[in-house]
Design a protein around this ligand. Structure first.
Ligand code: FEO
Length: 395
């Protein structure tokens, strides 16, 4: 871990976590991640923007020392989650006179997680400024991206905005800026889909605040620094909009191929009607794959056999995840099979109670699908196609 210059007296202190494969024991990290802190040396005062994940503290403190910094006057905590706030105690131990600059809610949340003395607290107000001498920090509250206390900091003179989690990506990389645009966009979408999407409306408000600042550089606390802010801003504008793409995501599990046969029939009919279809096997599901698919697809179909009267546990997981993500999906359906009796769709509907899509009538088969099942699936495909066509017409 080394300090990397962004602008004069502004440095990135990035702790790459190349090997981390799961965040919160929940979110897959195919490209690892990074925890980015930033060092700003003003004429009078020196500030850190966020810190790093506790297991990276030793490397972080070593890099801080290597930067030649003699003192830290302020540690700005944009967010209380420990992947950014976890090294604050170590910084305070090294620089006991440093103040923790945070909004009131963030301070309370920090105190819930670590021993902090009230005398170390300096409250940040929305729109408030903190002069460092030739460099000025301006605080921009952006609640619920993705915790209630989240904020960002704008370095006015250099026009650098530090949005913490917002606009970030789980991507470990040695390069300061985006090195591989295609890889980055997938990582950024995965990150948005799993972390920010449930707060789509709040993200839209936060994005507006960022745009109003007209930043030259965006320096989030995960992944690369953006020297062309419009690229990530445009992606977020698209993801947070109310627009959906006419596309059908079918998430399925099958035990004796009855549900598989139903999925194949529905997929074929939808393809014939010109609708893009994305089929995702829910067994061993990478939550990021489903989350990304739900960012802008118009339609989702849950396809499940019956297990102990309910959905297959893998489909139950997919449904609970989809319900929690609150995507902008407009249409949904449930299809599946059973052996002698089922309450599968009732239980699935309960798991999807916050899923705000219009549901088509479910299609079920007892045992292997027969001509009647296939006819019902053909009718479902027609209903989905008509609904999507209306979407294209009406916006
Ligand atoms: Fe990267 Fe919400 O912490």
């Amino acid at each position: 871990m080394i300090p990397v210059k962004i602008e004069d007296d502004v440095y990135s202190l990035r702790a790459n976590d190349w090997d981390r494969r799961l965040f919160d024991e929940l979110v897959p990290l195919p490209d690892g991640t990074s925890y980015n802190s930033y060092l700003i040396k003003g004429g009078d005062k020196t500030a850190l923007i966020d810190t790093v994940y506790p297991p990276k503290t030793a490397a972080f403190i070593a890099a801080l020392k290597a930067s030649g910094v003699e003192t830290i006057d302020y540690v700005v905590a944009n967010h209380a989650e420990l992947d950014h706030a976890g090294s604050i105690p170590a910084v305070l131990e090294l620089f006991p006179k440093a103040k923790v600059v945070a909004n009131a809610r963030c301070w309370r949340m920090l105190c819930d997680q670590m021993p902090l003395d009230r005398s170390a607290f300096l409250e940040a107000k929305d729109g408030g400024e903190l002069p460092l001498g030739g460099k000025t920090l301006k605080f921009v509250f952006m609640p619920w991206v993705h915790w209630p206390e989240t904020m960002g900091v704008f370095l006015k003179e250099d026009r650098i905005f530090f949005p913490c989690d917002f606009l970030g990506a789980h991507l470990a990389a040695s390069e300061l800026a985006v090195a591989d645009q295609a890889q980055f966009e997938v990582a950024a979408k995965r990150y948005y889909a799993e972390i920010m999407a449930p707060y789509r409306v709040q993200c839209r408000s936060a994005l507006k605040r960022v745009e109003e600042l007209e930043p030259a550089i965006l320096a989030p606390s995960h992944g690369p620094v953006h020297f062309r802010p419009s690229v990530i801003i445009d992606l977020y504008r698209q993801w947070t909009s109310d627009e959906v793409k006419p596309e059908v995501v079918i998430v399925y599990a099958s035990m004796y191929h009855s549900t598989t046969a139903m999925v194949e029939r529905l997929t074929d009919r939808l393809m014939e009607k010109g609708l893009p279809v994305r089929v995702i096997n829910a067994v061993g599901l990478d939550s990021g794959v489903l989350s990304m698919a739900l960012v802008d697809a118009s339609t989702v179909v849950f396809a499940s056999p019956t297990v102990l009267a309910g959905p297959h546990p893998s489909i139950a997981y997919a449904a609970i995840l989809a319900n929690a993500l609150a995507p902008k999906t407009r249409f949904a359906a449930m299809i599946g099979s059973y052996g002698w009796g089922t309450t599968m769709t009732d239980l699935l509907a309960e798991m999807l109670r916050e899923f705000k899509a219009e549901f088509f009538a479910p299609v079920l088969t007892k045992g292997a699908p027969n001509a009647e099942t296939f006819a019902a699936l053909d009718a479902l495909a027609e209903s989905i196609a008509v609904a999507n066509a209306a979407l294209t017409t009406n916006g």
